[in-house]
Design a protein around this ligand. Structure first.
Ligand code: 9MR
Length: 346
């Protein structure tokens, strides 16, 4: 955070062991290196609003209090998503799909309740998450099917009304894929035409060692910057392990069966791979620093390798190495590469 203090915020997604301070080593690491945080899971609908008349704010409150205690910029993730949303949300209580009016009323109630509770304390919200398909069309989610295309307009309107000063973002993965990026640009333009102000784009940036091409990472930042949006890199990590099908997706519904050759670094990361990771992080941060005028924040999806969702996706129980700190919370060569990118940009 010091190295990039004139450029953008540096963040991490946190889990409960971190923000409830059970993991003291990681609390020290978070305080030292990061100035913004995102809740990895505790603000998702199924956690914070598990039943129609039941909100469960315990962990979300602890998350926000932790951020305030350390003086961090606190981000909310996420209000409207097709995933991690209980079935009842989309049903009428009698086994049939909810009507448009019922679902809109639920959406309004959810957004107002959650956003109002943290008004002035959560500085920015991922309002809608992952609404697009890879070809740039709108995902056929229950939100779209039941409400129609204006569900996005409504979600942003409700969030704006609940906290007029919070920054509001549209968040998605694989925006480096040009077809999907064009879809996101079209979506932002439509929202604008409908009178909705979107403050920023959340480009998740779940990448691999070789793909996407660094030029596509750069084009993504400039495309959204040119639209007048703040670019937030919201979920950065670098996948180190092979996959059966190179689908290039971060879609959580995608799963693959396990096998030993797909877990090659269970005993440790060889130096050559460690250097490859450092090289990749170096080129990524060279692009980020070049376009620092467009970027508000760069958030890693986790603190240390052991915490990462990539140990369990798309294959469970693997040993992955996607972040800057190892399983013992020690800095990796990739951290030096990131710091070098900051120095080279001076
Ligand atoms: O890292 C998160 C993992 O712990 C959860 O099981 C999963 C499903 O809720 O979500 C992961 O985070 C996702 C994020 O919320 C949205 N973009 C993709 C992330 C990785 O799947």
């Amino acid at each position: 955070k010091e190295a990039f203090k004139d450029k953008f915020l540096i963040g991490a997604a946190l889990n409960p062991a971190q923000f409830t301070e059970q993991n003291a080593t990681q609390v020290t690491l978070i305080a030292r290196h990061f100035n913004t945080i995102t809740p990895e899971n505790v603000m998702k609908w199924e956690k914070i609003h598990p039943a129609p008349d039941q909100f469960d704010f315990d962990l979300a409150d602890r998350y926000v209090e932790f951020g305030e205690k350390l003086g961090l910029v606190v981000i909310g993730h996420t209000l409207i998503w097709h995933s991690q949303t209980p079935r009842w949300v989309f049903e009428d209580g009698k086994g049939s799909p909810a009507s448009r009016d019922l679902l809109l009323a639920r959406m309004s109630n959810h957004i107002h309740t959650v956003v109002s509770r943290y008004k002035g304390r959560v500085q920015g919200w991922d309002v809608v998450n992952e609404a697009l398909n890879e070809d740039g069309s709108l995902r056929q989610s229950p939100w779209l099917k039941i409400i129609g295309e204006d569900y996005l307009v409504k979600a942003f309107e409700f969030a704006r009304a609940a906290d007029p000063k919070a920054e509001l973002y549209y968040n998605d993965f694989s925006l480096e894929n040009s077809a999907k990026r064009q879809g996101a640009i079209a979506l932002i333009k439509k929202l604008k035409a409908a009178g909705v102000k979107v403050d920023g784009i959340g480009t998740q940036t779940h990448v691999r060692l070789q793909t996407p091409a660094i030029q596509d990472v750069e084009d993504t930042i400039t495309a959204f910057g040119d639209l007048g949006l703040k670019v937030m890199v919201t979920e950065l990590d670098v996948e180190m392990l092979p996959r059966r099908a190179n689908s290039g997706t971060a879609d959580i519904s995608h799963r693959e069966a396990s096998s030993p050759e797909l877990n090659p670094y269970a005993a440790g990361l060889p130096d050559s791979a460690q250097q490859e990771l450092a090289r990749r992080y170096g080129e990524i941060f060279a692009v980020f620093t070049k376009h620092a005028d467009k970027i508000g924040r760069v958030t890693f999806w986790g603190v240390s390798d052991g915490d990462s969702w990539l140990n369990d996706w798309p294959i469970r129980g693997r040993t992955n190495y996607p972040l800057l700190f190892d399983r013992n919370n020690r800095p990796k060569p990739a951290l030096d590469a990131v710091l070098n990118a900051a120095r080279n940009a001076q």
